[in-house]
Write a protein that binds this ligand. Structure first.
Ligand SMILES: [Zn+2]
Length: 453
């Protein structure tokens, strides 16, 4: 008998930590941080003292499960959980999003971590540009690609690429002693590489799995996300930029490489240049060597420029090679350049860089295209602040985004096609709605194991 225990990703979108046990073999599928983990007891200026007391504050509020033989020694020294040598064989990461990978840092470095080759490049770029506190630990990071077969104890894992809003995203077929267990990770069918998701679904269906651990981000009685494809985002953005004679400002998730390509194409089509942050430039640079992913190179692409913030003498402290390159390249611009050439540029920013607008002073009526999901909560603080900035600078606000997740009907169709004996919904607020797909549903309860079959 095998078992599945969800330590995260239950009744919530994100924070997946799914333990799969087959006899003595114990592997985690993802090890992310829930987006809302700190909402109840912490706020911007009040954060857990993890650099000083490790997991103590997290355990006190029961924000992390106390699991023997999982965490690194330095994180436990101030807690009641005694350090013991690792009792887990591996952690498999489906993709490098915060809510799937961020808690790797707490795991004992002796536990190896498997992830896609592109995902590992993203991990390294994230650590190099993310500022202090961004670390995924000193694990043995082992990379795979579609077609790899990874033997871990009594199980064999086959990663298969899926389309999601970040490169290097995979689903897993885990061959166990009780049959095949399939894990979707996060996936979508309306993106530029839907062929990869379809390939995953076909391969999973052929295994006649005993269980399917399935994401359900958009499984909801009222899904707030709009069904735009990446092509439609491009068309909408192109129309907006074409009809504007002012600066176009765009914001998107910093790892959404499809979106970076889209805005490069919009810049090309409208005779503008797409100005990206050093963080985005670093990520694209890191993925350049991967021939399976087409990424624009902001240092050489005639339609792109890189923005270096004023006073940032050390834009990327950890990466000397990159800093030297930025120092020489004529693709680098600063706020004065952007201020002077507003009508010729598409300027990428995120909420952390909004202060740059004070130096750039976009002329009133400049475009602001939010190219990421709309806020889901009505009292979203970041959204309120963003809208205050929009008002203060008198910007013309628009929304254009293609979601990283398949919609409810598509998810149910995926479940029916794969046809597992049982489906275990995760990464969703509405696990109970999966009954509509006509399979046996086992809604997970956090930290309670589900025996299979
Ligand atoms: Zn994701």
């Amino acid at each position: 008998m095998i078992s599945i225990t969800a330590y995260g990703g239950v009744d919530h979108i994100g924070g997946n930590k799914i333990l799969l046990e087959d006899g003595d073999t114990r592997i985690f599928l993802d090890f992310g941080e829930p987006f809302n983990m700190k909402d109840e007891f912490f706020v911007d200026w009040l954060t857990p003292r993890e650099s000083r007391t490790g997991l103590k504050d997290y355990f006190f509020f029961d924000l992390m499960p106390q699991i023997k033989g999982l965490y690194g020694e330095k994180w436990l020294k101030d807690t009641d959980l005694k350090y013991s040598k690792p009792e887990f064989d591996a952690i498999l990461i489906s993709h490098m999003h915060f809510d799937h990978a961020m808690h790797l840092k707490f795991v004992d470095d002796k536990v190896p971590v498997y992830l896609g080759a592109a995902a590992d490049a993203i991990r390294q770029s994230w650590e190099a540009t993310g500022g202090t506190g961004i670390s995924f630990g000193d694990h043995d990071f082992k990379t795979f690609r579609t077609g790899s077969k990874i033997k871990i104890g009594s199980v064999e894992v086959e990663p298969i690429h899926v389309d999601h809003s970040v490169p290097g995203a995979y689903g897993f077929l885990v061959h166990t002693s009780a049959g095949c267990v399939v894990y979707t990770g996060d996936l979508r069918l309306h993106g530029p590489r839907s062929d990869m998701t379809r390939e995953f679904v076909n391969r999973a269906a052929a295994e006649k799995p005993v269980a399917l651990i399935c994401e359900g981000t958009r499984v909801s009685p009222k899904d707030p996300r709009v069904d735009l494809s990446e092509k439609e985002v491009e068309e909408k953005a192109r129309k907006l930029v074409t009809s504007s004679k002012k600066l176009a400002i765009v914001s998107f998730y910093p790892k959404d490489v499809d979106r970076m390509r889209t805005y490069r194409d919009v810049a090309k089509a409208t005779g503008r240049k797409f100005v990206v942050s050093t963080k985005v430039a670093h990520l694209l640079e890191s993925l350049k060597g991967d021939r399976r992913i087409s990424v624009p190179d902001p240092m050489t692409d005639p339609n792109m420029l890189v923005y270096v913030r004023q006073g940032m003498s050390r834009p990327l402290p950890h990466d000397k090679h990159y800093k030297d390159m930025l120092g020489r390249n004529d693709h680098v611009v600063c706020c004065d350049d952007v201020a002077k050439r507003q009508e010729q540029l598409i300027f990428q920013t995120d909420i952390m860089q909004l202060t740059e607008l004070i130096d750039i002073l976009p002329s009133p009526g400049s475009l602001f295209i939010r190219s990421k999901s709309e806020p889901f909560e009505e009292d979203d603080v970041q959204e309120e602040i963003l809208q205050n900035w929009i008002k203060r600078f008198n910007l013309d606000f628009h929304q254009a985004h293609a979601s990283g997740h398949a919609n409810m009907e598509e998810i149910f169709d995926i479940v029916r096609r794969i046809g597992p004996k049982v489906v275990v919904p995760v990464h969703t607020e509405h696990a109970d709605m999966f009954v509509k797909c006509g399979r046996v549903v086992r809604c997970p309860v956090a930290r309670k194991s589900i025996p299979i079959p």
